[in-house]
Design a protein around this ligand. Structure first.
Ligand SMILES: [Zn+2]
Length: 105
């Protein structure tokens, strides 16, 4: 048996590209029966995690603060996180916190 290497997931891709291991996406691939988020019965999409999910509220506050300081409006439009190095780094930090806070999934 060959052990599989521990490959870290790319932390920036789920939110920025709209493909995370979120329920709505998994549901579209028929990998889960329920596309709905546990928190509020809304479809659990990257947009939901980024803008509304209660467990990412604190991470979202930090992200919004950086965007505000960089003159990027909320909610972020296309390319908003690519505006500056800081906005990109803030999104990476948000995604890392969102992905490591999955205790209710
Ligand atoms: Zn939810």
């Amino acid at each position: 048996m060959i052990p599989s290497p521990a490959v870290p997931r790319p932390l920036h891709s789920p939110v920025s590209h709209g493909h995370g291991d979120f329920r709505a996406k998994l549901h579209s691939f028929k990998l889960t029966n329920d596309p709905i988020c546990a928190c509020d019965r809304k479809p659990e999409t990257a947009k939901h995690i980024l803008r509304f999910f209660p467990r990412t509220r604190r991470a979202r506050q930090k992200l919004k603060q950086v965007l505000w300081e960089e003159d990027v409006p909320w909610p972020p439009g296309n390319g908003a996180f690519l505006r500056t190095k800081r906005t990109y780094d803030a999104l990476v930090t948000f995604a890392r916190e969102a992905l490591t806070n999955q205790t209710d999934r």
